[in-house]
Ligand binder design. Structure first.
Ligand code: AMP
Ligand code: ZN
Length: 476
């Protein structure tokens, strides 16, 4: 069995075949930093984290790019309201996003291009589209994409011409466009844009990039300069991005490169609250920091999310979160028993461990069926507990079972932080250790060392063992 993934482009579960294995390039549309990301956003980012960690587990070498949208209509409106330039408005939200990411044990992407740092490639992309005559400058000075000149338009979202028109009705009173479907690549600078420093010079007029253009330009810039390619293996986001965002990204990119922009389109379903999409607009949002402040262990959040397949809607509830927390406690307890029983022995082999990994792989290979993977872990926990109760396991077998569990937990991360005498401190230490592991996996050795130093300053010493990192607090 090999990994099969649903591809929105074909509407089918397909074998996953990257352009140049073992390398896998992933571009994920990141947060729009006008405010704190909510846990709906993080459901999508956690699906991507699961995918990335699983690709690592089966031997691929993943390179992930996640953009930060730090200039768009909402950001400009908020910055204007606060009387600050956009970069000043977005800075704390970018920092908060990274902190929330670490709290949820989401592996850092290898690169986080920010839109405001990539204006030159954006201007170039608009110019290329103008030169190819698939874009035009309208009377108001804005530059639009000529949808009629791109034959493949609508292939991803499969909307017909009529639907595309009605979908664009909100903007249809904008008579400067030649066709209501045309979308802005470059928006002519308004007074408000100037006020918040969201306007840049360009040969076709002073203005700012449209949101869709930002992603095409950043994705192409990064993969061209890193790998000399113009196709990413996986492009991912939430289902709301299929149209118009990703449809427009395809049009802008492919009109210039002539090659597929992405081989595989992966879209995650929504997180809802009482049947309504979680969004700022509906005022029903919960942020990762809310959960952190309530003392929710990130393993419980991951468990809750992974218990539902990523292509199904998931309704958030406190009862669901509590049930998920209990599930993670069971795993944590079993793991502690295994560590004790293994007593540092070299792993031999373990049948329940092998069954766990075989079932885990079968589940995840089937379009990332995390709910089935969680079920396999649950069966393993029962089986291992029974074996330990019967004391029929030599330490080497416990060690093998432990190693198998840890390999799957490296992907899913469902082991809660150890709660002992000082639960708060241990949660803090475990969180930092997890952050250090993630940093090391992303080859951010300076970041990893910084975390070790931070712990050392608090009197915590680390010991890296084949079973993972152990820690103890120095007396005094
Ligand atoms: P944004 O910050 O609005 O650009 O969105 C960041 C990511 O979160 C995108 O991939 C969206 O598709 C995704 N997203 C937005 N709302 C939700 C939701 N309620 N559930 C799951 N994903 C969402
Ligand atoms: Zn995007």
């Amino acid at each position: 069995m090999a990994l099969r993934l649903y591809n929105t482009l074909s509407r089918k579960v397909e074998p996953f075949e990257p352009l140049a294995p073992p390398r896998v390039t992933i571009y994920t549309c990141g947060p729009t930093v006008w405010n704190h990301a909510h846990i709906g956003n993080f459901r999508t980012f956690l699906t991507q984290d699961l995918l990335r960690r699983y690709l690592d587990y089966i031997g691929f070498e993943v390179f992930q790019i996640m953009n930060i949208t730090d200039v768009d209509d909402r950001i400009i409106a908020e910055a204007d309201g606060a009387g600050a330039p956009i970069t000043e408005h977005t800075a704390p939200y970018i920092e908060a996003f990274f902190a929330d990411r670490d709290y949820l044990h989401i592996q850092p992407a290898h690169e986080y291009p920010r839109a405001t740092g990539f204006i030159a490639p954006m201007v170039q992309l608009v110019q290329d589209l103008l030169d190819k005559k698939v874009a035009y400058r309208a009377e108001d000075g804005s530059v639009y994409f000529h949808v009629d000149r791109f034959a493949d338009y609508g292939r991803l979202s499969r909307l017909d011409k009529r639907e595309l028109k009605s979908g664009a009705r909100v903007a249809s009173d904008d008579y400067t466009k030649e066709d209501v479907r045309d979308f802005a690549l470059w928006k002519t600078a308004s007074e408000q844009d100037e006020k918040v420093a969201a306007a840049w010079d360009a040969p076709f007029g002073r203005g700012r990039p449209g949101w869709h253009l930002e992603c095409s330009a950043m994705a192409l810039d990064r993969i061209r300069s890193r790998f000399g390619i113009e196709t990413v293996d996986i492009h991912a986001g939430g289902v709301d991005l299929i149209f118009p965002h990703h449809e427009n990204e395809i049009a802008q990119s492919e009109a210039v490169t002539g090659v597929p922009f992405a081989r595989h389109w992966v879209h995650g379903e929504f997180l809802t609250i009482e049947g309504t999409k979680m969004s700022k607009r509906f005022g029903n949002i919960l942020t990762a920091r809310d959960l952190k402040e309530e003392g929710v262990d990130p393993a419980a959040v991951r468990m809750l999310f992974f218990q539902t397949h990523y292509r199904k809607q998931l309704g958030f509830s406190d009862a669901g979160l509590e049930a998920a927390r209990k599930g993670t406690e069971r795993i944590g307890e079993l793991r502690r028993r295994l560590v004790e029983a293994a007593a540092g022995a070299q792993p031999s082999s373990s049948e329940v461990g092998e069954t766990l990994e075989a079932q885990f792989r079968a589940a995840m290979d089937d379009d990332l069926n995390a709910p089935n993977a969680v079920a396999a872990v649950s069966v393993f926990v029962s089986g291992a507990n029974r074996a330990l109760d019967g004391s029929e396991w030599p330490p080497a077998e416990s060690a093998a079972a432990l190693a198998a569990l840890d390999r799957t937990m490296d992907v899913m991360r469902l082991v809660p932080a150890v709660r002992d005498v000082d639960a708060e401190e241990s949660a803090w230490v475990e969180g930092l250790i997890a952050g250090r592991e993630d940093a090391r996996k992303s080859r951010d050795f300076a970041g990893a060392d910084q975390i070790r130093d931070e712990l050392a300053a608090a009197g915590i010493v680390l010991e890296d063992t084949p079973e993972g990192t152990r820690w103890r607090k120095l007396a005094g």
